[in-house]
Ligand binder design. Structure first.
Ligand code: AVJ
Ligand code: FE
Length: 434
């Protein structure tokens, strides 16, 4: 077991819910109404959809399913059901207007606070055990806050310039690769707020391998770009090659080539020089896969990634540095820096084997398809993970600067289509050690 469970959870549950809400509201404060209702990209919902969706999810799980006082009828849920309406069509739905959506979210939260007082702290009911469903709802709102950040990055109709917490500067540049010894590793989590797709904890055997000590940087990736990497089918998965040809891709999303080896990038409402020492972000799985092949390496499997994160000494750890909660000294998380930090900025966040930057900064694409671990049981609903199992989605690990601590841990699994680039995704490479 990774976690001590069975203790009081209400204070943390309420704190995590309020942290998530403060973030949601803070991100959207000051945006003109048309930007909240506009479909900024076919890949993303209108911002106001996410607000009411998060509130509706909270109403379903923390009021209706716990016997609390609901505010709306279940027929209201359809508009905010992600499975009934593809993102690109959501601006055509009869959505709550921004003021109504914010008011709905506030009223649901008020009712949840009241209902929380009546819930026993030691209920054996699976939804309530260790406050699971409250943790699920807090993680859900934080995942949508990250989604909001991706929408804001795609937005071109308004100069969005959030106040950003300063990112630390790099110290010593970390070593290039780390040897991770082979052997068994315990994967997954039985933690109180772990998702069904992280369960059950199980042991797998991993062969020894080398893992990059830090994620691939913009500077590293630029060498591939300027060496003609996007023009050479040798480096690409056949589907990746078809994709770069069809979309005429020549560099990561949001990079702006100026000619003469000068590169800028757009970040939210401003343009800046491309920083060479930050992890590359906004690359698809196909681009990550091609870079790795060009470099004579490969992407790590998710088992390899998790083995590097928990440490090869057999001591299970929730985070690469141990069991303590992430702080600003450990990792770039929580969304308030608005971008990745240079590699080497978090010596305290190193893993037991000396791997840097596993949590935070950028999600890391892995070689693995998203599937259920042996013994998987959907809980509490199939649509969180199970319906996505199969070969369509690739697993990402580690969380990004836009991911909240509550929704990031060594065992946390994210997934997306291998063509997706609007998420805050980068990667690191691995290679066999023999
Ligand atoms: C786990 C990030 C893939 O955003 O589609 C949000 C999380 N699930 N609402 C997503 C989620 C339901 C999910 N990811
Ligand atoms: Fe959702």
């Amino acid at each position: 077991a990774r976690h001590v469970t069975g203790g009081p959870w209400k204070a943390r549950a309420l704190r995590e819910l309020e942290t998530a809400r403060a973030r949601t509201l803070g991100m959207l404060a000051g945006l003109p109404e048309p930007e909240l209702v506009r479909q900024h990209s076919p890949l993303m919902s209108p911002l106001v959809w996410d607000v009411a969706h998060v509130a509706n999810y909270e109403e379903q799980w923390l009021l209706r399913s716990l016997g609390g006082k609901a505010l709306t009828d279940p027929s209201f849920d359809a508009i905010y059901d992600a499975f009934q309406h593809p993102r690109r069509t959501r601006s055509q739905l009869p959505l709550l207007a921004p003021a109504e959506a914010f008011a709905y979210a506030a009223r649901v939260r008020e009712a949840v606070r009241e209902h929380l007082d009546t819930v026993p702290e030691d209920s054996p009911e699976p939804l309530l055990r260790d406050g699971f469903v409250f943790g699920m709802v807090a993680q859900h709102e934080q995942q949508h806050a990250e989604t909001l950040a991706a929408t804001l990055q795609l937005m071109t109709t308004f100069e969005y310039r959030p106040a950003a917490r300063e990112r630390p500067r790099p110290g010593a540049v970390p070593q290039h690769e780390v040897l991770i010894s082979g052997g068994p590793v315990s994967l997954g989590s039985d933690g109180a707020w772990a998702y069904d797709n992280e369960r059950p904890v199980h042991t797998v055997d991993v062969a020894p391998f080398f893992l990059d000590a830090h994620p691939v940087t913009n500077g590293d990736y630029l060498v591939f770009v300027e060496a003609g990497g996007y023009e050479d089918p040798r480096w690409w998965h056949p589907k990746g090659w078809a994709y770069v040809q069809a979309e005429r891709l020549a560099h990561p999303l949001f990079w702006l080539p100026q000619g003469q080896h000068v590169w800028l990038r757009r970040r939210f409402g401003w343009v800046e020089a491309l920083p060479k020492d930050e992890p590359v972000q906004h690359v698809s799985w196909y681009e990550a896969d091609a870079y790795a092949r060009w470099a004579g390496k490969r992407l790590p499997t998710e088992a390899e990634w998790e083995k590097a994160a928990v440490g090869s000494d057999g001591t299970p750890r929730e985070h690469p540095w141990g069991h303590t909660a992430p702080t600003a000294a450990h990792a770039n998380l929580g969304g308030d820096t608005w971008g990745p930090a240079p590699v080497g900025a978090f010596p305290e966040g190193r893993s037991a084997d000396g791997v840097w930057g596993l949590l935070g900064d950028v999600w890391e694409w892995t070689a693995s398809d998203f599937g259920g671990y042996a013994g998987f049981r959907a809980f509490p609903y199939r649509e969180y993970s199970e319906v996505f199992f199969g070969s369509d989605y690739k697993v990402l690990r580690g969380g990004a600067w836009a991911s909240a601590p509550v929704a990031v841990r060594n065992s946390f699994r994210n997934w997306d289509y291998p063509i997706r680039r609007q998420i805050f995704a980068g990667f690191r490479c691995a290679r066999d050690a023999n």
